[in-house]
Design a protein around this ligand. Structure first.
Ligand code: AMP
Length: 429
């Protein structure tokens, strides 16, 4: 199938071809036609499937077909859980709309609102927003959503995880009742289905398995290593392997900082990305990592959510995640866009319970390889570092989430903890 057969305009086809896309991805093939027909769509797709183009291309087509209202009210509203994802979606929209008369902008918290307000005053057809800042500006009377024709909830599962459900409900209340609704989610829990039922009308269900993010395209390997030798080992792997671009995951923000400092001392160009970093620092780190001026990006799980970093050859779990699902998200960062990737886990004995949970989830015994000189003491304790981090605590009573993740002090800039998780598991990330 080609993009031509999807019914997209010449202006969009020109932009798509400029981007170098030749064939629509499965989610694009399935989602674009019903969206163009004006139907509500519930799509099962995660980052890496091409989902962004799957909804932005038809939205651009629909909006560019209609008559422009003089004041350019917001006609399409795209809600996303994180600032980075919001910024990425806007960047895509800008590229796809290069040959169209469509204006778009993004709003998110953690930065001065004035430039965003100025942009809004000039009129935009498409607004990409995180819920917190959107509600803020709405409360200040600086934004009108009365003319929204299309609503997109992107990464809906993450939005629920991050405690945005009330914000979403509040936003929906101020939208026109008659509108088209599109919802994208990687997973479909009971809560997501409930949210979908309350928002979507007779939705078309579409599904896509992520391209090349299957476990097959990823070589997974576990290196048992004494805890105190992990830093030395990762530096050795990077320098001796002459690795050029490596995404490293740590469990905590402090751990990310410490490792980054050690890497820099060893001459590796590295930066950390986590919730305690200001927006500027995060954007700079991500840009440096993408353009190759940084070799290593050290991230916590929440900070890495939704980041589109194509063609990543190596992902390293410096520490195994205590939430097994995070392992799957982490390794999905490699082996993308047709490339084979390598997911390496540095595993110390106190992480035995985490490894066991991960293997249970992925249904695989992960291959283990010892590296001479780094093996852990066979008598080292296999107890987790902290009490109460085992899988059995995952479903403990949720704490009431805060409602605004986008406009808070920097040490909470990636939002409140996932309400469905045990606080011990998330608190330092
Ligand atoms: P997404 O899942 O929307 O985050 O997209 C993942 C990556 O795939 C992005 O870098 C897109 O630019 C890229 N992409 C989207 N659609 C296509 C396509 N049809 N062909 C090739 N790459 C694509």
């Amino acid at each position: 199938m080609s993009f031509n057969s999807l019914g997209l305009s010449d202006a969009l086809l020109k932009a798509i071809s400029k981007k170098g896309y030749t064939t629509p991805s499965p989610i694009q093939q399935k989602a674009i036609p019903p969206i163009l027909e004006g139907k509500d769509v519930l799509a099962s797709a995660q980052t890496g499937t091409g989902k962004t183009a799957g909804f932005t291309l038809p939205i651009l087509q629909i909006l560019s077909q209609g008559q422009h209202l003089r004041q350019r009210p917001i006609r399409a509203l795209i809600l996303t859980p994180t600032r980075e994802l919001a910024a990425q979606i806007l960047a895509n929209i800008k590229e796809y709309s290069e040959f169209l008369d469509i204006k778009s902008t993004v709003i998110f918290g953690g930065v001065n609102q004035n430039p965003q307000v100025t942009q809004l005053r000039q009129g935009v057809d498409i607004l990409v927003a995180t819920p917190g800042r959107l509600i803020d500006l709405q409360n200040q009377g600086l934004i009108s959503l009365a003319k929204v024709e299309i609503l997109v909830l992107d990464e809906a599962d993450r939005m629920l995880d991050m405690g945005f459900v009330r914000d979403i409900e509040r936003i929906i209340k101020v939208l026109p009742v008659k509108r088209q609704n599109l919802m994208f989610s990687a997973t479909f829990s009971k809560d997501i289905k409930k949210l979908a039922m309350g928002i979507l009308h007779n939705p078309v269900h579409v599904e896509a398995t992520p391209e090349n993010t299957t476990v097959d395209a990823i070589t997974q390997i576990v290196y048992p290593v004494a805890k105190e030798k992990k830093t030395e080992l990762i530096i050795k792997l990077i320098t001796e392997g002459n690795w050029k671009q490596i995404l490293v995951f740590t469990r905590t923000k402090q751990g990310a900082n410490k490792l980054t400092e050690s890497m820099i001392s060893a001459g590796i160009k590295a930066a950390a990305i986590h919730g305690n970093k200001g927006q500027g620092a995060r954007t700079k780190a991500l840009a440096g990592f993408k353009d190759g001026s940084l070799t290593a990006l050290v991230a916590t799980d929440i900070a890495a959510r939704g980041l589109d970093i194509p063609l990543l050859p190596h992902v390293v779990n410096f520490e195994l995640p205590n939430i097994p699902e995070d392992y799957v998200h982490r390794i999905g960062r490699t082996g993308r866009a047709g490339a084979n990737g390598e997911a390496i886990s540095l595993f110390s004995p106190d992480e035995t319970v985490f490894l066991r949970d991960i293997e249970k989830l992925v249904g695989l015994k992960l291959p283990v390889q010892n590296i001479k000189g780094f093996e852990p003491d066979p008598n080292a304790s296999k107890e987790p570092i902290k009490q109460g981090q085992g899988r059995q605590q995952r479903d403990s009573t949720p704490k009431k989430p805060k409602t605004d993740t986008t406009n808070r002090s920097s040490n909470n800039s990636f939002g409140p903890r996932r309400p469905s998780q045990n606080n011990d598991r998330r608190s330092n990330r």
